[in-house]
Write a protein that binds this ligand. Sequence first.
Ligand code: FAD
Length: 508
Amino acid sequence: MPRLILVLGDQLTPAVAALRAAERTRDVVVMAEVMGEATYVPHHPKKIAFVFSAMRHFADALRADGWRVAYTRLDDPANAGAIPAELLRRAEETGAQEVIATEPGEWRLIGLLEDMPLPVRLLPDDRFLATRKEFETWAEGRKSLRMEYFYREMRRKYAIMMEGDKPAGGQWNYDHDNRERARADMFRARPPRFDPDPITEDVLALVADRFGGNFGTLRPFWFAVTRDQARAALDHFITHRLADFGPYQDAMLEGDAFLSHAVIGLYLNAGLLDAREVCRAAEDAWRAGAVPINSAEGFIRQILGWREFVRGIYFLEGPGYAQRNALDHRRALPAMYWGGETRMACMHAAIGQTRDHAYAHHIQRLMVTGNFALLAGVDPSAVHEWYLAVYADAYEWVEAPNVVGMSQFADGGVVGSKPYVSSGAYIDRMSDHCKSCHYKVKDKTGARACPFNLLYWHFLMRHRDRFASNPRMAQMYRTWDRMAEDRRATVLAEGDALLERMSAGAVI
Ligand code: FAD
């Protein structure tokens, strides 16, 4: 009797656990495009198109490799609309009485599979470099969980950029060589673009028809949708942009959506690239003398360190993590996040490229859109839903710890020891946005004062009880206390007025 082998849209590799446990001559692979998954948040049309097209290409590759694949398209009249319902339908069709699946990266979907009236064998997702158990053991008994220490363990475990038991070059971290401002006149290679083939064209027509009203532009569509294309995108990055990744990873430039970033998160998360191969490729480039150590180490830390760390946190903290709201923030997400007008150049740039490419790089997500939502006191669930919807690489296991934890401090300090907040000065230092902005970054008060300046102090004062005793924040409170009293009153009053205007729908 066949068993059903479930392959989800972010598990697109023959190396995924469920396929490794399957028998090609006996089992049926089940893949399904379902409304349940396509609509639980209003995903960016490019994200939906990427997942569906990559799924269709992967199903074809499996068939060519001798697998029996039961693939359900979104517009199939028999489509049951949800993953469990599709499995039941396929079980009836084939007589299968068991499902083998690789653990999904989301509590919601794990719950749905566990509640099925059919036995489901959930296998650990060993595409990740740290198992859930390993992370739990590492976390046990620690007062606080800091990525840096976890990362060192991972470097040792996989012997990545190591010389014996010492880090290559003598240091674990080269960030002091990074954080440079980028110049607009510097040449930078762009991420490669892949022309849609007929399979992708079919998907694009379907997505335009069903999801054309969602936030985000569908065309031009240029993402890789196969393993070979994703590998070409990685190779292009390693050859042309990795060398500059370190110094410019925190930089932002008007009109440059990608700078020296890899733009591979969507491929890694969907299974088209493997985290080990990406880290090895960066290490090899450094060992060959093609890229400096600060770039190779900085890049590897993002994948071997941050990516694994946030996944560990997501599962460690359990279901409900994404709904946390430690700072009790309640404001609605301003309309500008969904494409409404704004006069802030940095927000305009970050949200505009998100609309066009389903992409923004880390510092834009953290220090522009995330920082603004946190300073303005937006409900973290609304922020979480936005990030989950608009980025092509967004899946809850990685998005929620980054948004709810790192960016909104709504987990009360599990991911970060202090909130990532800054005034306009940080954005001015790391970008050229302020030069063309309606607001004046040097103005702390007045009609043209940068909203980040006003809201920065407003946030710190709203949460003084919680943060004043944090050693990493005490200096900010001392600076505030040294300001003249009437100036402090003006800053807070103008911050209040700004938030009121924004909530009333005014363009900020
Ligand atoms: P690069 O900057 O070139 O980095 C290389 C790779 O490192 C990325 O592809 C990614 O796999 C990994 N990486 C880097 N930083 C992180 C991190 N903090 N957590 C996990 N992996 C990391 N990443 C997602 O994959 N999905 C998300 O939904 C997501 N949401 C985010 C939301 C916020 C508020 C913040 C601050 C960060 C978020 N990140 C998310 C992390 C990071 O911003 C993206 O991984 C990165 O921007 C993807 O672009 P890239 O491939 O060009 O990455």
